[in-house]
Design a binder for this molecule. Structure first.
Ligand code: NAP
Length: 267
């Protein structure tokens, strides 16, 4: 991982920061010198992430908690704040996903994803506000292309991520006066992550990569680099924005385009 950012003396909190893209973000900040706190539900995963992140040489906190429970979120943020002080970068990344056509999706299935992705994000941002460095903090939501591209079999995710991005925009308006910036990153398909491995077959992943304008899947480091940029002073005039980091997928409607035809020989 190459790193041009310096987060020495800064505190970063990542909800859902114990695997995949969010762990990659936590790694990026830890490698750049930040004190990092991660939170998720599974105690073993939290312990493993804490051990992994500690290898970067900075203090790390791992908290067990479910973003659906406001009190648990508050407790985790307070624990990080008690030890590390004001939070400079707050990342809301916890999410759930599964494929199901709307006609087979139970109301509870819809609600679970909205509870984690949308309401959980509100919990993290609202509870987090009280522990942020003001002025100066940066909030980053991890959104998805489903926020703006309707995707069959993902009505629950599309609704939740679209809502999450409106939360981001409203809070950017309301919290600008406190010197707090709020943005979202929309990752494209990211290699070696739960989101991709669980949902799409290997063959479909390969053909998807061929249809992306950049002709490859994203990496966890691609997203970490954008998160660090948004968390840095270089991004101090960026707020209220959804930034796709997706190799151009957003340009072509999320599902990719047909491979380029063979060039026609000229006479
Ligand atoms: P992942 O590896 O499945 O990680 C999800 C993380 O969220 C885990 O650490 C999980 O830990 C935690 N989590 C889930 N439910 C939670 C809850 N209720 N409370 C607290 N923590 C919870 O996911 P990923 O694929 O890397 O995706 C990460 C983010 O990127 C998500 O917001 C996803 O929507 C977005 N995204 C991913 C892709 C992709 O290609 N993977 C593309 C676009 C957007 P526990 O199980 O321990 O709780």
């Amino acid at each position: 991982m190459s790193c041009q950012f310096d987060f020495k003396g800064k505190t970063v909190f990542v909800s859902g920061g114990t695997s995949g893209i969010n762990l990659g973000i936590a790694e990026g900040f830890a490698a750049a010198g930040a004190r990092v706190a991660v939170m998720s539900r599974n105690a073993e995963r939290v312990a493993a992430a804490r051990e992994h992140l500690a290898r970067f040489g900075q203090p790390v906190i791992g908290e067990v908690g479910d973003v659906r429970d406001f009190e648990q979120v508050k407790r985790a943020l307070k624990a990080a704040h008690d030890v590390f002080g004001d939070i400079d970068v707050l990342v809301s990344g916890a999410a759930g996903n599964f494929l199901q056509p709307a006609l087979n999706l139970s109301p509870n299935g819809f609600k679970v994803v909205v509870d984690i992705d949308l309401i959980g994000t509100f919990h993290v941002l609202r509870a987090g506000f009280d522990f942020l460095r003001k002025p100066g903090a940066s909030i980053i939501n991890i959104s998805a292309p489903q926020s703006f591209n309707p995707a069959p079999m993902q009505v629950h995710v599309c609704a939740a991520k679209a809502g999450l991005d409106q939360v981001m925009r409203v809070l950017a308006l309301e919290w600008g006066e406190y010197g707090v910036r709020v943005n979202s990153i929309s990752p494209g398909p990211i290699d070696k992550t739960g989101g991709l491995d669980k949902l799409i077959s290997e063959a479909d992943v390969k053909s998807m990569a061929e249809r992306i304008p950049a002709r490859r899947l994203g990496t966890r480091d691609d997203i970490a680099q954008m998160a660090m940029f948004l968390g840095s002073p270089q991004a101090s005039y960026i707020t209220g924005t959804l930034i796709p980091v997706d190799g151009g997928l957003a340009l072509i409607g999320g599902r990719g385009h047909a491979p380029n035809p063979e060039p026609t020989p000229r006479n």
